[in-house]
Design a protein around this ligand. Sequence first.
Ligand code: DP6
Length: 349
Amino acid sequence: WVRIVTAQTPTNIAVIKYWGKRDETLILPVNDSISITLDPSHLCTTTTVAVSPSFDQDRMWLNGKEISLSGGRYQNCLREIRARACEVEDKEKGIKIAKKDWEKLHVHAASYNNFPTAAGLASSAAGFACLVFALAKLMNAKESNSELSAIARQGSGSACRSLFGGFVKWVMGKAENGSDSLAVQLVDDKHWDDLVIIIAVVSSRQKETSSTSGMRESVETSLLLHHRAKEIVPKRIMQMEEAIKDRNFESFSQLTCADSNQFHAVCLDTCPPIFYMNDTSHRIISLVEKWNRAEGTPQVAYTFDAGPNAVLIARNRKAATQLLKKLLFYFPPNSDADLDSFVLGDKSL
Ligand code: DP6
């Protein structure tokens, strides 16, 4: 027999960034972070997990290619869910798995991203969240999404925020074993549904410095990182929660842009410096800043993760339509400065 479960998980984009770990193995961050979860129909991971007595080892495929599980992160997630597995009985298929049987059974997992992996579009976030969620269903683990988020966190930090929709906060926690470092939903996706997200894919090429090694180097060498984590982020988190609660776009966009810029300043403050943005990213920032200033009230917020692609959050559909027109004007298709593609957060645009 084979028992199969498929799950789909959207990716999330941080508006207050996670950058730096205080514990590399457990993946515990140096500061809280806040993200917005994207519409699953655009950027998501689909993962199918299967268990059968005929499987002789744990195996995993990513976008059709088998990957090595020796890195530890997959094994950590698998181990944590296995420890919480419960009895499963499916009379129709004649499957009965006792709690103690899970220790002996092996799992196969196949995961697909509908967007470029490692191009700075937070693919690991959706990937590990989806894997953990699918495994929990496969093994009938009874944990809540917040409890599962603490397991997904051990796959990739940002993954813990993808177990909820809407706006999500990853609370850094204090416990040494990481038990209180988990995600909580601030508001669901209906709370602020005027917002429209457009991702300008500046380059779909794989990034040169992974987030994991980049943030390790920043923790070791950047004084700005430690100042940011202690003195800046705690206040910003409170202000951001307030802005989200009140749907205050002016404050939201000011905080989002400032935090993205500070994260990239930390990257520059790292030795040797890390460059995630390129000229096109910088031109997009200037365009948005000029437009927001000309309008008097901000129309769009920008944020960039560990890559050159711009995540643009428009205050409503009208602003999103105007933004698309501007991007197409300044970056005409088939010109030297064209963009690879757009990913729209709203299909009707
Ligand atoms: C810039 O979660 O990919 O996207 O925990 O080492 O897997 P690991 O790093 P990862 O880092 C994401 C960094 C970021 C900011 C964010 O998502 O908060």
